[in-house]
Design a protein around this ligand. Structure first.
Ligand code: SAH
Ligand code: F3S
Length: 481
């Protein structure tokens, strides 16, 4: 099955190893993207120093924090529903405090306190280090808000605790914010301007994860290809950097190279790439290191040049095809996935057909597909009428999803008969006799457990498939163990 999801991480309690000296109880959950999940690990780390242990029982919590998503209206509604649940629990536990973090906090600011009486605390994505002070305020009976966006904050000096981890894969954030200003997208408003994290602190985190037995990391950013370290500060201020800073700057290809070399046995993934910023040297660096996974998430949003322009996506359909051709030339078995938006303002049937024909050209391995949702404050929200009727959006979305399902099946079939390296992550959802893990292309592989264990790299002969999963038999350890 293709991945038709609305929120990548659904809200469920995130828990860490308890510290016996800590007595306060934190219930923290995360909605939305992987970056939110990664931020929640930073928040839990900051609060562990304030005497908090995590709990998965809402009823027991002294403090409830929800990391929120604003990307589509439905994501916000999900969070509001969740607040109702907190309200019901608070009736039995009146001293419980509730805080909202993340993109909704940033978008709604102190309005949140008026709109949702249950909320005591509103904290934007760049203000988590202020949480100890803010919580003190709340405990003294006052509401607290900090939604100041920063030019510098990357939390490089906070060593995140790993929440709900399988001990195998971890996220490592490398940039924050986004400067791309796609007209539909709320992220530049909620997460601020783009800044990169010091490569040294990234390498230290990766080395530490390796030492603790992790086998795979995903470098995270809204737009990873735009990574640029020149000593700190906003990406847009790079022009003002000194000659020395410019000469020693590290771009994304450079960072990938350093990380891959530092831990040659560790799998390296990254997300997300914006086609307009992805350069050939990134693809060449991927090809150079066998431990960089052969998978690129390359959202395109639409196949129509007219719509791409209205979205402020700064590439054409032809340029996208050239990039795809280059990826296939340099890394022939690279998997590619998409994000698509159906029903952007003014989208015609012809534009929609362009999206379908672009998909035919690429035949993506996976996809994340959405109906356009107008977001307040964005350029499209302010200047363009949301004029594609809801049933039309839904029908176009369905056509995109169905075509993706065909392509996903076509792609999984290409693995049949091959022997592929799989990193075991967890038990299969459907059977406790089977493991599940992913191959380098990020496709899920399920196979009998035999004597293998979580965290092993195993060679698996692929024998069957659905459009989302490969099924096989293990034939031995891979050399990577
Ligand atoms: N660069 C980011 C993109 C974040 S948004 C990243 O790291 O993934 C994820 C996806 O949500 C986008 O690629 C887009 O397909 C979808 N999206 C964003 N804003 C949207 C909107 N207003 N309506 C529908 N889908 C949207
Ligand atoms: Fe959003 Fe475009 Fe940035 S989709 S996160 S503004 S690359």
């Amino acid at each position: 099955m293709e991945k038709v999801i609305d929120e990548t991480q659904q809200g469920s309690a995130l828990v860490m190893e308890p510290n016996k000296d800590n007595s306060r109880k934190l219930f923290i959950e995360s909605y939305g993207c992987q970056m939110n999940f990664s931020d929640s690990e930073i928040v839990a780390s900051i609060l562990a120093k304030e005497g908090f242990n995590t709990t998965d029982k809402l009823e027991d919590a002294d403090l409830v924090l929800v990391n929120t998503c604003s990307i589509r209206e439905k994501a916000e509604q999900t969070v509001r529903k969740r607040l109702e649940k907190y309200n019901a629990v608070k009736r039995h536990n009146p001293s419980m405090k509730v805080g909202v973090l993340g993109c909704m906090a940033e978008r709604l600011k102190s309005k949140f306190l008026e709109e949702e009486k249950i909320v005591d605390l509103v904290v934007g994505p760049d203000a988590y280090k202020d949480l100890p002070n803010l919580i003190e305020e709340v405990e003294a009976g006052r509401n607290a808000v900090n939604v100041i966006l920063s030019k510098e904050e990357t939390y490089a000096d906070v060593s995140p605790v790993r929440l709900q981890s399988n001990g195998v894969s971890a996220f490592v954030s490398i940039t924050r914010g986004c400067d791309n200003m796609c007209t539909f997208c709320v992220v530049p408003f909620t997460r601020g301007r783009e800044r990169s994290r010091d490569p040294q602190s990234i390498l230290e985190e990766v080395n530490d994860l390796a030492a603790r037995g992790f086998k795979e990391i995903t470098l995270l950013g809204q737009n990873v290809d735009s990574y640029l370290w020149y000593g700190g500060g906003l990406k847009k201020d790079f022009d003002k950097a000194s000659e020395m800073q410019k000469a020693t700057a590290v771009n994304f290809a450079g960072l990938l190279d350093q990380v891959a070399k530092a831990q040659p046995k560790m799998r390296i993934r990254f997300s997300t790439s914006n086609p307009q910023d992805m350069t050939l040297d990134v693809i060449e660096t991927m090809a150079k290191h066998q431990n960089i996974c052969k998978y690129i998430h390359l959202p395109v949003q639409s196949g129509s040049d007219r719509i791409l322009k209205k979205m402020n996506r700064l590439h054409t359909r032809e340029e996208y095809f050239t990039l795809i051709d280059n990826i296939r030339k340099i890394i022939p078995d690279c998997a590619i996935s998409q994000d698509m938006i159906a029903g952007f303002p003014t989208e015609t049937e012809e534009d929609h057909q362009d999206t379908l024909s672009l998909m035919e050209y690429v035949k993506y391995d996976f996809g994340f597909m959405f109906a356009y949702s107008e977001r307040p404050g964005t350029m499209a929200g302010r200047k363009m009428e949301d004029d594609v009727p809801e049933p039309v959006k839904k029908r176009r979305l369905q056509e995109i999803i169905e075509l993706q399902r065909e392509h996903s099946l076509y792609r999984t079939q290409q693995h049949l008969g091959k022997i592929e390296e799989v990193l075991i992550e967890k038990e299969s959802k459907k059977s406790d006799l089977h493991w599940s893990g992913r191959n380098t292309q990020n496709t899920m592989v399920v196979f009998p457990k035999e004597h293998y264990k979580v965290g092993d790299f195993v060679k698996v002969k692929i024998e069957d498939c659905t459009s989302a999963t490969l099924l096989g038999t293990p034939v031995g350890y891979s050399d990577n163990n």
